[in-house]
Write a protein that binds this ligand. Structure first.
Ligand SMILES: Nc1ncnc2c1ncn2[C@@H]1O[C@H](COP(=O)(O)OP(=O)(O)OP(=O)(O)O)[C@@H](O)[C@H]1O
Ligand SMILES: [Mg+2]
Length: 310
């Protein structure tokens, strides 16, 4: 079983507009709402790949049925901690030319009791877990070192932990013994305090993260694939797709693919390969943070995996 700590569940709303005009009243051609959040994306992608997965995250009275139904349809065992207020809402505005504007809600401020309930629920899941994924922003109220503290508690049990965080939570997690840490280009640049424009730059940052104790640091580079360093070699995996419909959530799908490959006993380079296939599969269709298994299988054969000497 893979366990995903994806605490900050969101309700995503996608508005399709002709063209966004700031300051004007506009009518959306189409509006869709569905449960989201990075951890939820990771969990449903792991399930789509056929691996058992459970997700620990927030829910609320207004959306608990929507989330429970969606997670059950997708094959995710969802352990929801219900809050008194409302979950955060994330707004995506998509224009006819494909341009996306996202507006992210800061989300509820969690009282200490709800924070403890999330952590207690996660600990109850640890017993039957083979790999742990810590993904996304922490709800407001949590300390920035929450992921780092979890890593220090979990990693000594021999449980591989994969982490996708940003800002301070990422910086602190980088020194706490993650197996796989997955910043994207911008997050890596902020973390390393240097530009990450090329695969060479990514290799420098990955090597530095390895020196800080991350077994398999990976920098994802959008359409240019991903670079990982396994302690011996740098690997670059990439895959060109004809048209990207919506690449938001590709990092979440990447992480899901990597977790599945590692749980199946794959080497880090194979985790990179399946991750890249999943990231690309997500970009092929409109829905954020989800893949079709048949598309992943087809894309996997197309991934170009090379040892990178730069
Ligand atoms: N346009 C694309 N074409 C092919 N593959 C893509 C494309 N965009 C992303 N990918 C794949 O998905 C992986 C993750 O993408 P990216 O680096 O954009 O993650 P991210 O910024 O963390 O995304 P998010 O946080 O929205 O989930 C990339 O390493 C790449 O393999
Ligand atoms: Mg990301």
């Amino acid at each position: 079983m893979i366990t995903v700590a994806g605490f900050n569940t969101a309700i995503d709303r996608l508005y399709t507009l002709d063209a966004l005009e700031p300051g004007a009243v506009q009518r959306a051609a189409n509006v869709q709402a569905y449960p989201g959040g990075k951890g939820l994306h990771v969990a449903q992608t792991i399930a789509a790949l056929g691996e058992p997965v459970q997700l620990v995250g927030l829910t609320d009275v207004f959306h608990r049925n929507l989330i429970a139904r969606r997670m059950s349809e997708r094959g995710v065992l969802f352990h929801g901690v219900e809050i008194a207020g409302e979950l955060r809402h994330c707004l995506a505005l998509r224009e006819r030319d494909g341009r996306m504007t996202e507006v992210l809600d800061p989300g509820p401020l969690l009282p200490p009791r709800a924070q403890q309930q999330l952590l207690d629920t996660l600990w109850r899941c640890v017993e039957d877990t083979d790999a742990m994924v810590l993904s996304g922003s922490l709800p407001r109220g949590f300390e920035a070192d929450t992921y780092a503290a979890l890593l220090r508690q979990i990693a000594p049990r021999g449980l591989p932990c994969l982490v996708d965080a940003s800002g301070e939570a990422l910086r602190l997690a980088a020194d706490a013994g993650a197996f796989l840490l997955k910043p994207n280009r911008d997050e890596a640049a902020q973390l390393a305090g240097r530009a990450v424009d090329t695969v060479e730059d990514a290799a420098v940052v990955a090597r530095a993260l390895h020196a800080r104790g991350v077994a398999f640091p990976v920098i994802t580079l959008g359409a240019r694939g991903a670079l990982g360093f396994d302690g011996a070699d740098c690997w670059h995996a990439s895959l060109a797709i004809a048209h990207s419909a919506n690449a938001v959530g590709s990092g979440d799908c990447f992480l899901a693919g990597a977790a599945v490959a590692l749980r199946r006993g794959g080497e880090p380079a194979q985790a990179l390969r399946l991750g890249v296939a999943c990231g690309a599969a997500n970009a092929l269709h409109e829905e954020t943070g989800y893949v079709q298994r048949a598309q992943v299988d087809a894309l996997l054969a197309e991934v170009r995996l090379v040892r990178f000497d730069g």
